[in-house]
Design a binder for this molecule. Sequence first.
Ligand code: ZN
Length: 142
Amino acid sequence: MQINELYQTIILDHSKRPRNFGELPAPAVKGEGYNPSCGDEIVVFVSESPTGTIEQIKFTGQACAICMASTSLMTTQVKGKSVGEALGLKRTFIDFLTQEAEPATGLGNLQAFGGVKKFPQRLKCATLGWHALEGALKNRAR
Ligand code: ZN
C-alpha cells in the first residue's frame, strides 16, 4: 500500500466512523469552533483528571470529511496527555500544515493531513477541532 493510500484510508475511516463522538456532561468544559467558509461546526468536550491530564474527550458537530476526520484523530491523540502536551501537539500540527519545514516527531497518523498543504482553503477544516479543543481548555475552572 502506498503511503498516500494509507493516509487516505485513515481520513476516510475517521470521517465515516468518528471516534469519541458524543457529549460529556458537566463539569466537563466545552469549546466551540465554526468555519463559515465550509459550514463546519464542532463542539469539543473535555474533562480533566485531578493530575491535570485530559481524562475524557468527546466531540459533536456537523462538518466535512477533512474536519470530521481531523477532529476525530485529535481526540484519540490528546486523550491522556497533559494540557500542556495537548497544546504543544496543536502547535506542532499547525506548523506541519503551514510551514515548509519537516514536521517535528510525534505527529503519528496526523501526518495523514499533509495533503491539506496543497489546498490552503481546507486548512481551517483541518484545524477547526484543534481550535475548539484549545477553547475548551481555556474554559477550564481554575
Ligand atoms: Zn470543512
